[in-house]
Design a protein around this ligand. Structure first.
Ligand SMILES: Cc1ncc(COP(=O)(O)O)c(C=O)c1O
Length: 383
């Protein structure tokens, strides 16, 4: 039994820095008092900084999926026409949620591994001018691909539709400019690139998001944006229900650390990690999965070599080297494994990962030139 702490190189949750864990362990503050009000204000301010927006931000005690459901529940009405653009598992989740809320869904589904194209979105909207809402993932964590959101948002805005972005695995890893790009609703989570524990989902809501909310008749209670806004507008109340105070404290600390580093610096760090991981994978003669891998700064998806399964690679990395990675999901099960390099991942984690991966692949019968992946990653970091 390996007693060493596991290193999370999954697509999320991600490693949590000690300062963030320590913040989580601080004595609890009462959520109907100034202590919590200060925490929540700082969290909201940090999210605005992260997403480059002046929008309102609602903070849910929920995982990312709660944020997705909350977004749908607050803007649609049964029978509304929506366009769900899907490049994988989480796009399909948006489709299911919209269907549960009685929406008439047009599904623009791409083969897993492809990225969404602005011209396809424009065509789908022109084909059915009654579509009101467009749902898109930024980073589709099941395949690693990162959609180029800005041109898609431009087409959506030009047609005066509401754009909802799932930025759960991209917020904090990749630049998002909510106001400049005209995004109306953006959803994020605590446990990915920010390096905080799971349990918080945040939703930034622009002017058109609020207009849609006022027109929406979908049933909702816990997730109702109006309840959150009313609470925030009352002095020192801030949250309508008992929030996950300790995780809020942790996320505030994670945001402080990110702000100390700087926006561009945290994005550049993810770009560098992504480049090093891809260089290491290719140095082993393995194939990268997915279109535009040079944009995949969050998760690198790797095809497993002939005769080896994803669960063998992922299983041995974990049992022998205490490194946790992700197997293939959905139709990619058995074919790929996923290396997460988001949040508090350091160059030495990547080097350790490749040292372990070289040993694991050799054990599974793949011909490995020892040191090739480690060396390729080091060269990227050394540049
Ligand atoms: C892009 C994306 N959307 C949604 C989710 C769902 O988030 P959660 O598992 O926190 O509910 C995830 C989580 O992996 C994700 O990566």
């Amino acid at each position: 039994m390996n007693e060493r702490p596991e290193i999370l190189m999954t697509p999320g949750p991600t490693p949590v820095p000690p300062a963030v864990l320590a913040a989580q362990a601080r004595p609890l503050v009462y959520h109907r008092g100034p202590g919590y009000a200060a925490l929540l204000d700082e969290l909201v301010d940090g999210v605005r900084w992260l997403l480059d927006t002046k929008s309102d931000v609602v903070v849910y005690t929920a995982s990312g999926t709660g944020g997705m459901e909350g977004a749908v529940a607050n803007i649609v009405s049964a029978g509304d026409k929506v366009l769900v653009v899907s490049v994988g598992y989480f796009g399909e989740r948006f489709k299911t949620i919209c269907e549960r809320f009685g929406c008439d869904v047009t599904f623009l589904g791409y083969e897993w591994g492809k990225t969404a194209k602005a011209e396809d979105v424009a065509k789908a909207l022109d084909d059915d001018p009654e579509i009101k809402f467009v749902f898109v993932q930024h980073s589709e964590t099941s395949t690693g691909v990162v959609n180029d959101v800005e041109p898609i948002a431009r087409e959506v805005k030009a047609r005066d539709k509401i754009f909802i972005l799932d930025a759960i695995s991209s917020a904090g890893a990749i630049d998002i400019r909510m106001d400049d790009w005209g995004l109306d609703v953006v959803i994020g989570g605590s446990q990915k690139a920010l390096g905080a524990p799971p349990g918080i989902s945040f939703v930034a809501i622009g002017k058109k998001g609020w207009e849609a909310h006022r027109a929406s008749t979908a049933p909702r209670f816990y997730f109702d944006w109006t309840a959150y806004k009313d609470a925030a507008d009352r002095d020192e109340t801030e949250s309508p229900w008992t929030p996950a105070v300790s995780i809020v404290a942790a996320m505030v600390e994670a945001l402080r650390m990110a702000r100390e580093d700087g926006r561009q610096e945290i994005f550049d760090r993810h770009i560098l990690l992504g480049k090093a991981v891809k260089a290491g994978v290719q140095a082993l003669g393995l194939d990268l999965f997915g279109e535009d891998p040079e944009r995949a700064h969050v998760v690198t998806t790797v095809r497993v070599p002939e005769g080896i399964s994803d669960s063998e690679v992922v299983g041995l990395l974990r049992s022998k080297h205490a490194i946790v990675t992700g197997p293939g999901q959905g139709p990619l099960k058995g074919q790929v494994f996923r290396l997460g390099h988001l949040g508090w991942v350091e160059p030495l984690d990547v080097i350790r990962l490749f040292g372990a991966l070289e040993l694991v692949l050799a054990e599974l019968g793949y011909t490995v030139k020892f040191g090739a992946a480690v060396g390729a990653a080091e060269e990227v970091f050394n540049r």
